[in-house]
Design a protein around this ligand. Structure first.
Ligand SMILES: [Zn+2]
Length: 447
């Protein structure tokens, strides 16, 4: 080999090396995009019910991914939960006409015998109608509660109509019911029932409680109008199960001044078991993580940004509570959360944010068509405990929820429902906000 050919070979090797470095960097960037995080989490883990082995795999997956993306202090913070382990499920209207209904158990439902239970089915148009039923009037019977939730942009129907699921079963117990089915808390017209947790106040014994798909609920409502007696056979063999392992995953992108209170951005890692956990809430984890990374472009921000991928949100916000307890003395300035799907951000809300900071955030979002709302930010479930305990500043980036409750807690919560353009718009909006707040040297918390 001549000197020149050695030089040429060295040069070729250098070019190859720099190309492979560039490719590696490109792959690294890709792995930090919201779509890539969401796609890989869905492909490699998929549903991850609170307290399940799948949720444990999701924590391990999250840890590996966050480390690979360059986060520091990547930690699993374990805790145990009482969760719901699904069993066999069926609901059949046996009178006056036979109809097989698409049913799913609510989380924490009571358990039927393997052969199921059977009883007269009593129709209530609203939760208030059920509340008005005389005590004992449902002895030996099964209640059906209807409602009229409709799709809207801000998802505000979920509060009042969601009470049918949260409170209806316990109210039915007070009336003597042996079981309850509700119209799914959802706005679609597919034969997909929507699950979700119900609550049993202390001293109330759980009864089997399920939700039926909207078209099936339409049929029950139609038959109820005929006045003919209805009967239902209901089988829900799932069980409420204590002492299951869960946990939070936290990871930091340290700021230039680690003494300044940090910014926390959250999502929940657990999902219901009947879908793939994409819009609820893989998308949230993908958005906050991609934005935290993107906020590093152009120079490390002043303040540390912490991501919290909370565990066991769906069954009672246990991860948020555990974080609030474990980090009560850890200084935070501002909390944000993404847990409303992957559709576009359309407005911004503030709570306890100093006016100069809020003004900068509004200005950063203004070119994106994101408008300020006069409503107060509530922060979201997983940052609720820490923001309440430390009276943190909170910013909400409200997403378009028009189709969220078509998919929420159903088998239809799948990757194909995500619009990559709207997902990226979320990341861009979050990045714009994080660049402001993580570089704020002054006081962030205000009145
Ligand atoms: Zn959620």
């Amino acid at each position: 080999m001549t000197i020149n050919s050695v030089r040429a070979a060295t040069c070729a090797a250098a070019i190859a090396l720099s190309l492979s470095t560039a490719q590696a960097q490109e792959t690294q960037r890709d792995k930090g995009s919201a779509l890539s995080i969401l796609t890989d989490l869905t492909m490699e883990v998929s549903p991850r019910m609170a307290g399940s082995p799948a949720e444990a795999r999701a924590r391990d997956w999250a840890t590996a991914r966050l480390k690979a993306l360059g986060f520091s202090n990547v930690t699993i913070e374990p805790f145990t939960v009482t969760s719901y382990v699904r069993g066999n499920e069926s609901a059949v209207l046996t009178a006056p006409y036979p109809h097989k209904l698409a049913v799913t158990a609510l989380g924490y439902s009571g358990t039927t015998p393997d052969a199921g239970i059977s009883g007269d089915l009593v129709y209530f148009q609203t939760l208030d109608a059920l509340k008005a039923a005389p005590a004992g009037s449902l002895a030996g019977k099964i209640a059906f509660v209807d409602h009229a939730m409709r799709a809207n942009q801000d998802g505000s129907g979920y509060g009042p109509y969601g009470n049918v699921r949260r409170q209806g079963p316990a109210i039915a117990v007070q009336k003597g019911a042996i079981g309850i089915v509700i119209r799914s808390i959802g706005t679609d017209q597919h034969r997909n029932p929507h699950t979700g947790a119900t609550n049993w106040p202390t001293g109330v014994t759980a009864i089997p409680a399920g939700a039926i798909a909207n078209p099936d609920a339409d049929m029950v409502a139609l038959i109820a109008k005929t006045g003919k007696p209805m009967k239902l056979a209901l089988t829900l063999t799932g069980r409420t199960t204590p002492d299951l392992p869960s946990g939070n995953v936290i990871a930091d992108l340290p700021g230039r001044d680690p003494t300044l209170p940090k910014i926390i951005v959250a999502c929940h890692l657990d999902s219901w078991d009947i879908g793939m956990g994409v819009i609820d809430d893989g998308a949230g984890c993908a958005i906050v993580t991609a934005a935290a990374l993107k906020a590093q472009a152009g120079g490390k921000p002043l303040r540390t940004i912490r991501v919290l991928w909370a565990g066991s949100e769906e069954i009672g916000v246990f991860g948020g509570a555990a974080y609030g307890k474990a980090h009560a003395n850890d200084p935070h300035a501002l909390a944000m959360e993404s847990d409303f799907g992957a559709d576009r951000v359309w407005n911004v809300k503030f709570n306890r944010v100093a006016k100069p900071v809020a003004d900068k955030v509004k200005a950063a979002l203004n070119p994106m068509g994101i408008v300020p709302s006069a409503d107060k930010a509530d922060g979201g479930a997983d940052v609720g405990a820490i923001s309440e305990a430390q009276k943190l500043a909170v910013i909400d980036l409200s997403q378009d929820g028009t189709r969220y409750f078509d998919l929420h807690h159903t088998p239809d919560d799948t990757l194909d429902k995500v619009d990559p353009v709207q997902l990226q718009q979320n990341v861009d909006a979050w990045t714009a906000v994080l660049k402001v707040v993580a570089n704020e040297a002054g006081e962030i918390i205000g009145e």
